[in-house]
Design a protein around this ligand. Structure first.
Ligand SMILES: [Zn+2]
Length: 244
C-alpha cells in the first residue's frame, strides 16, 4: 500500500468518505483526487446515506467547533473582537446560505402550467446569476447560466428557472455536474427532452491561487432532444450571444 492509500483508508474508516463512491476513490491517484483536475464523479452530488440525520442546528454547532480549531491552528487569536464571532458566522453561512442546496427540503417547489398559448418555439432565459462553490477548494464559482427549452405542452414560471439554478448552485459543486443537474431537473419538470443549459463561469480557485489566471472562464453545456440538431442549437446560441 502506498502512503496515499493508507491515508485514504484512514479517512474512510474515519467515516468521512462512507458513501456509494467509496470504492471508486481507491482507483484514483492522489493527484487525481486531491489535485486540481476537477473530476466530476456523477450526476448526483456525493452524499453520505446519513447526510440529513443531524438537524441544521447540530450541524452548525459541529462546524463552528471545527472552524474554531482551524482558526486556532492558523494561529489566530480568537479572543480578538473581530475574530470571535467568525466560527459561528461561517457555520451559519455554510448550513443556511451557501450550501442550503444540499438539503432536499430546500428544493424550490416548481409550479408548471399548461401551454395555453401554443407557443412552440424556443424559450430562452439568459444571464441567470450563478453563485456556486468549487467542491475541491470551497471557493466561489461565479457566472451566468443560459437556459433554453421547447415546450411540449408544459411551461414553467420564469423565476422558477432562476430558483432551480440557485438551488443546485448552492452546494459544493463542479461546474460539469451543476450543468447536468439543472438540465435533468428541467427535463423532468417540463416533461420534455428539448432542454439546453449553458453555463459560463469563473472559478476563484483558478483566479486567486494555483495558476492565478484571472482572465479565463469555463463554459459547460448540456444539450438534449431537439437541441442536438445543429439548427436549433445555433438558434439558441445566437439568442444567448455565444458563437461556439
Ligand atoms: Zn477548485
Amino acid at each position: 500500500m502506498t502512503q496515499y492509500t493508507n491515508g485514504l483508508t484512514q479517512l474512510v474508516s474515519g467515516g468521512r468518505f462512507k458513501n456509494g463512491n467509496g470504492s471508486k476513490l481507491h482507483n484514483l491517484k492522489e493527484e487525481e483526487y486531491f489535485g486540481d483536475n476537477h473530476i466530476a464523479s456523477g450526476i448526483e452530488t456525493p452524499l453520505k446515506p446519513d447526510a440529513f440525520v443531524l438537524d441544521d442546528q447540530s450541524k452548525m454547532e459541529i462546524i463552528e467547533h471545527h472552524f474554531e480549531q482551524i482558526m486556532e491552528t492558523l494561529g489566530l487569536d480568537l479572543t480578538d473582537d473581530s475574530l470571535r464571532g467568525t466560527p459561528h458566522r461561517v457555520a451559519k453561512m455554510f448550513v443556511k446560505e451557501i450550501f442550503y442546496g444540499l438539503h432536499p427540503n430546500n428544493k424550490p417547489t416548481i409550479s408548471v402550467f399548461e401551454n395555453k398559448f401554443r407557443y412552440g418555439q424556443i424559450l430562452v432565459e439568459k444571464n441567470i446569476r450563478l453563485n456556486s462553490f468549487c467542491e475541491h477548494h470551497f471557493l466561489p464559482i461565479t457566472g451566468k447560466a443560459h437556459i433554453g427549452y421547447i415546450s411540449t405542452g408544459t411551461v414553467i414560471g420564469l423565476s422558477k428557472i432562476n430558483r432551480l439554478v440557485d438551488y443546485y448552485s448552492h452546494r459544493p459543486q463542479v461546474q460539469e455536474r451543476l450543468t447536468v443537474q439543472i438540465a435533468a431537473e428541467l427535463k423532468q419538470v417540463l416533461k420534455t427532452e428539448d432542454v439546453a443549459v449553458l453555463i459560463e463561469a469563473t472559478h476563484m480557485c483558478v483566479s486567486c491561487r494555483g495558476i492565478r489566471d484571472e482572465s479565463s472562464s469555463t463554459l459547460t453545456t448540456e444539450y438534449s432532444g431537439a437541441f442536438n440538431q445543429d439548427k436549433i442549437r445555433q438558434e439558441f446560441l445566437r439568442y444567448v450571444d455565444h458563437n461556439i
